[in-house]
Design a protein around this ligand. Structure first.
Ligand code: ADP
Ligand code: ASP
Ligand code: MG
Length: 582
């Protein structure tokens, strides 16, 4: 028997398969592997936007409002179809007919059980790969289309939940390896996100689960490498779309990457690291539009960088359940009884924080279905045990890195930042890989920015940190400075403490900041006149400074007009501009 070629599993996400040009790049990336003697197995997502549109189609069908969504789905595939022509039109038509039938069924019955939902959602990946195979053939690559439901088996058959969030076996499968090898083609194209259960039904791996499909397949095929090709060139120190100053993490070990993914970094599905970790398969994260960049490599390399914070992640939509337990202290079995209530309601708990009189837990909406009825039932069932309170609209912010405990003292300035925010819960992972706080959702973005500015100061030369997003994609713009200026009070600490030593409270204003902001406003081309709202602060020195900076004033009361008169005399009403809006 001929020896097997080494296999490279390459996963392409929604934005990486959406347009014909994307498939040109996929062809180039695949060719490079073929030239290196590897056999690529491509695992592809649905075209960007399609899985969301399919979810919307289901909801619309329940209301008998589905036709516009069917149209929208067709439109999303149009660019790919236009490039290939007739065969692609046939594939699209077949998929649309199947979807039309299924949505009519939902509209008639008024229900869409998980089994049916999975079949509908699967159409996205089935169609993108059908079209993709045609596009690759057009690019001169011989490829075989395989149905992922023949390649991945889900483990559980019981309960309905597995239809939407299944886990699969990933033990090596030599038969499958031989099948790939014997396929009379240069590469194999298959779907992410879908698998088959013991009854042969279609199941999904959870939203974003195509990364996990790739990891399962890499393990089953004992692949040499698994590459996740997406719209960012790696895992960054924070979400680079939120924070362009975030820097690429060149290397990570499996546990750190796992922690960054499970604390909220969407770039990898949290379940995709276990299979590659177990089989010691290196996982690469690469950018489809910038294949020149090396991206992030995730391996089992022992960490040679010592204890450091590697990333800051956040997750929104967290619901907290606070359980006041006065009188329950030292009572045997309280936690067991309380947690049993969550179990009865099928609610999975994420973070836990305890004190003598309070236990607070978080519920992650991605792992729980959190309708208001479920939450009311939870409160009702907890009431005999404690005083429960539901706190909604929270977000978790996590500092992730190996040995976080060893560097808690270096995080002192970060803790000072926490003082400004209302912290509902603090949790330090037993694995010593993360420190997580839960704050109001409205605060999380600001907290991430502040923590990032503090912990990843410009110019940190740690070997694992690559360039920032703005250096790679917007080299001319100093985003960091534009969005997160170093606050003036951090450099004026000694003066401020001195000013505050005599009396308190003391109000201190920074003239340079006022001048800078006035100049920034004056430089706006699209604004005719910049007026300072007096109600913000009518301190005479502040007013003088802003007037010197070219601003006029907006007053809403006669008191404010009098203040202008006091500070500038009558002349201000001649030179202005003063706007009085009583
Ligand atoms: P795909 O469709 O290719 O699977 P996703 O949208 O699922 O891509 O994941 C990529 C996105 O993950 C990026 O566009 C980025 O906004 C987001 N992201 C969040 N946190 C991080 C992080 N720490 N590093 C890189 N990307 C991140
Ligand atoms: N298409 C699926 C989703 O959007 C799976 C994936 O892309 O990973 O959730
Ligand atoms: Mg994804």
């Amino acid at each position: 028997m001929a020896p097997l070629d080494p296999i490279a599993v390459l996963k392409f996400g929604g934005t990486s398969v959406a347009l014909p040009e994307c498939w040109d790049r996929i062809a180039e990336i695949s060719q490079a592997h073929i030239r290196a003697g590897r056999r690529p197995v491509l695992v592809c997502s649905a075209v960007s936007g399609v899985s969301n549109a399919l979810e919307a189609l289901i909801e619309a069908s329940l209301e008998e409002q589905h036709p516009p969504l069917l149209e929208a789905l067709e439109t999303l595939h149009e660019p790919l179809v236009a490039r290939v022509g007739n065969d692609a039109r046939v594939a699209l038509k077949e998929a649309m007919q199947a979807l039309e039938k299924l949505s009519t069924g939902i509209a008639l019955t008024g229900e869409c059980p998980p089994r049916l939902r999975a079949r509908i959602m699967a159409q996205g990946e089935l169609l993108s790969t059908r079209l993709g195979a045609l596009l690759l053939a057009e690019a001169g690559i011989s490829c075989v289309w395989m149905d992922a439901r023949q390649l991945l088996d889900s483990q559980q058959g019981a309960g309905d939940q597995h239809y939407l969030s299944a886990t699969c076996r990933y033990d090596p499968e030599p038969g499958l390896q031989r099948q790939i090898q014997d396929a009379a083609a240069q590469l194999v194209v298959t779907q992410g996100f879908i698998a088959r259960d013991e009854k042969g039904d279609t199941v999904l791996l959870g939203r974003g689960g195509s990364d996990t499909s790739a990891a399962y397949l890499a393990a089953r095929l004992e692949a040499e490498r698994c590459e996740v090709w997406t719209d960012v060139p790696g895992m960054f120190t924070a979400n680079p779309r939120l924070l362009p100053s975030a820097r690429i993490l060149r290397q990570l070990d499996y546990s750190e990457a796992q922690e960054i993914a499970s604390t909220g970094a969407k770039v990898l599905h949290p379940r995709c690291l276990l299979p590659v970790r177990d089989r010691r398969i290196p996982m690469h994260i690469r950018c489809t539009t910038r294949p020149d960049l090396e991206g992030t490599v995730i391996t089992a390399r022992p960490d040679r960088h010592g204890a450091t914070v590697k990333a800051i992640s956040d997750r929104s939509g967290i619901v907290l359940v606070s359980m006041e337990t006065v009188g329950m202290w030292q009572q045997v079995g309280f936690l067991a009884n309380a947690f049993d209530v969550f179990k009865t309601l099928d609610l999975s708990i994420d973070l836990v924080s305890t004190s003598e009189t309070n236990v607070t837990v978080s519920l992650d909406p991605s792992a729980n279905v959190l309708h208001s009825e479920v939450l009311s039932a939870l409160v009702k069932k907890l009431e005999p045990l404690c005083q429960p309170q539901i706190i909604e609209n929270c977000a978790s912010v996590s500092l992730v890195g190996r040995g976080i405990r060893a560097i808690l003292h270096q995080l002192a300035p970060a803790f000072e930042l926490f003082e400004e925010h209302r912290i509902h819960l603090v949790s330090q992972a037993a694995s010593d890989l993360n420190l997580t706080v839960v704050v109001d959702q409205s605060q999380s973005e600001r907290l991430v920015r502040q923590l990032h500015a503090l912990l990843f100061k410009d110019g940190s030369s740690a070997a694992i940190l690559g360039p920032s997003w703005s250096e790679l994609f917007e080299p001319d713009i100093e985003i960091e400075r534009a969005t997160v200026p170093t606050p003036w009070w951090s450099t004026a600490r000694t003066d401020l403490l001195e000013a505050a030593s005599g009396q308190t409270p003391v109000y201190v204003y920074d003239a340079a900041t006022l001048d800078r902001q006035a100049a920034a406003l004056q430089s706006l081309q699209s604004v005719d006149a910049a007026l300072y709202a007096m109600k913000a602060n009518s301190n005479p020195d502040v007013l003088r400074r802003l007037r010197a900076g070219g601003l006029g004033f907006e007053c809403v009361s006669t008191g404010e007009l009098h203040r202008l008169l006091e500070v500038f005399g009558l002349e201000i009403f001649e030179t202005g501009p003063v706007l009085f809006t009583p």
